[in-house]
Design a protein around this ligand. Structure first.
Ligand SMILES: NC(=O)c1ccc[n+]([C@@H]2O[C@H](COP(=O)([O-])OP(=O)(O)OC[C@H]3O[C@@H](n4cnc5c(N)ncnc54)[C@H](OP(=O)(O)O)[C@@H]3O)[C@@H](O)[C@H]2O)c1
Length: 248
């Protein structure tokens, strides 16, 4: 049994990770902006697993001071944190130069700058404990530069994956572990509008089960679900752009 902090726990992958980790016997520190969603999730988890402890806090990950306050407060609640999952993210974005600098900036700030702040706050706790597991929820789009509305999103996820690898480099052989998850398409609110159109869309339950398995094994990095994404990863990384364009 361990204590797991999940950001962006109010919907999609974050909420489903909370359900599945509770079923596996873990206690939960859950945060997001939509607290009524968090309260409904806590009630659902308590009804299914009355012995689990679930604490909630409102958090906008773009508020740097609040990220540190909330992470420290959760650490105080539980007397420590075993795992922090940096999951909050958005899928906004538009082709560069089309008047949507606001959306692209919001994506860059939420998916990378705020993720960095969450990693800072988590590492502060883990360094003090000399133990802990940091999980960064990246994406298959980190493999390559992506076009149009995906350009900034993919760039943020590539940066996040590199951040994770940098920490792994530093922390090799120490009790602090870092996992980078490269998620393929998994049904959630973020991709509700595209779910009918894309190939290889996993259900929320199946996709998150693959995430949770990789996290519990403390893998350095994983493509989730493993199929087809483990096979597609080297193709996405190395295919010439004209070939990639046809594939995606
Ligand atoms: N679904 C996929 O196919 C897929 C693939 C690759 C990677 N991912 C990544 O998986 C993560 C979860 O996404 P999802 O698919 O589950 O999407 P989702 O259903 O839209 O959930 C996104 C979560 O992030 C939170 N969030 C967004 N902005 C926030 C902010 N400023 N402060 C605090 N929380 C914020 C939302 O909570 P509030 O709005 O309540 O604050 C929500 O709980 C993201 O990092 C995404 O990039 C998803």
């Amino acid at each position: 049994m361990s204590t797991i902090l999940i950001t962006g726990a109010s919907s999609g992958l974050g909420a489903e990770m909370a359900r599945q980790f509770a079923a596996r016997g873990h206690d939960l520190a859950l945060c997001a902006r939509r607290t009524e969603r968090l309260e409904a999730l806590r009630d659902e988890i308590r009804a299914a697993h009355p012995q689990r402890r679930v604490e909630l806090r409102a958090l906008d990950v773009n508020d740097d001071a609040q990220v540190f306050e909330v992470f420290r407060a959760f650490r105080g609640d539980f007397g420590g944190l075993d795992r922090v999952i940096v999951n909050a993210g958005i899928g906004k974005g538009a082709p560069l130069g089309t008047g949507r600098q606001d959306a692209n900036r919001e994506t860059a700030m939420t998916n990378f700058v705020a993720a960095l702040t969450q990693a800072e706050a988590a590492m502060e706790v883990f360094r003090a404990q000399d133990a802990g597991h940091l999980v960064l929820v990246s994406s298959m789009s980190a493999m390559r530069g992506m076009p149009k509305s995906m350009t900034v999103y993919a760039a943020t996820k590539a940066a996040l994956s590199h951040l994770g690898e940098g920490l792994q480099h530093e922390l090799l052989g120490t009790p602090i572990k870092v996992t980078v998850l490269h998620c393929g398409y998994i049904a959630s609110e973020m991709n509700e509008r595209v779910q009918q159109q894309v190939r290889f869309m996993a259900s929320t339950e199946d996709g998150v089960r693959a995430m949770v398995d990789a996290i519990e094994k403390q893998k350095a990095q994983a493509y989730v679900p493993a199929l087809p994404w483990t096979a597609l990863a080297p193709v996405m990384r190395h295919a010439p752009l004209p070939v990639l364009k046809k594939l995606l």
